[in-house]
Design a protein around this ligand. Structure first.
Ligand code: FMN
Length: 185
């Protein structure tokens, strides 16, 4: 597999004023630098998946709605996924859980990495995501980078500059990306 194989970077935040897209672009850049894979950013704001709108449980794989079938095909076609999530009140955003919960079998054995961010790196939300990942049987790489946002970005809306602000995290992100690469065959 090579650059034709795409790793989806699923953005956990759909919040107005989010920093998620800046971080997703930074990770995609590192992915292209350190691996031979392609990286596609998935903005859940572009994937309207109304809450709990499927009459059958996702484990049946029977989807009544075209948007769920499209989401299913997107995940099935991915070589791997990176779940990129902010920490919200020690958890992860509802939009991300909703996107996960629209599907079930599509996640099974999918090579995956979890990358979180927050004032302390989002370790609490990473714990929750790892538990969910076990439930849906993602093939999760061991390294889960935890990116520490500067106080000024969180409190004052200062511009995040990942090359500067996350310089100390490049090593862990690189390891996670290489682990993910090794998992994708
Ligand atoms: C609803 C909400 C809850 C938050 N809770 C936490 C938290 O528990 N821990 C933390 O470190 N930061 C917390 N933050 C700060 C976020 O980490 C920070 O705002 C970050 O930029 C959110 O990601 P986003 O901008 O991509 O949405 C919270 C932010 C929001 C909006």
């Amino acid at each position: 597999m090579n650059a034709n194989t795409s790793v989806l970077i699923i953005m956990g935040s759909i919040r107005a004023g989010r920093v998620c897209l800046t971080i997703a672009n930074w990770i995609a850049g590192l992915g292209r630098k350190f691996t031979d894979l392609g990286y596609e950013i998935i903005d859940l704001a572009d994937w309207p998946l109304p809450m709990d709108d499927e009459p059958a449980i996702p484990a049946t794989g029977v989807y009544a709605n075209a948007h769920t079938r499209a989401w299913s095909e997107k995940i099935l076609g991915a070589g791997g996924v990176i779940i990129l999530s902010p920490q919200y009140n020690w958890g992860y955003p509802a939009a991300l859980k909703n996107a996960i919960d629209h599907l079930y079998r599509e996640w099974r054995d999918k090579p995956s990495a979890i990358i979180t961010y927050g004032g302390h790196g989002g370790s609490k939300c990473a714990e929750q995501l790892k538990q969910v990942a076990a439930g849906i049987k993602l093939q999760l790489v061991p390294t889960a980078p935890a990116l520490v946002l500067p106080e000024k970005v969180i409190r004052e809306g200062a511009t995040l500059e990942p090359d500067r602000d996350f310089s100390e995290h490049v090593a862990s992100v690189k390891i996670a990306l290489l682990e993910l690469r090794a998992t994708i065959t």
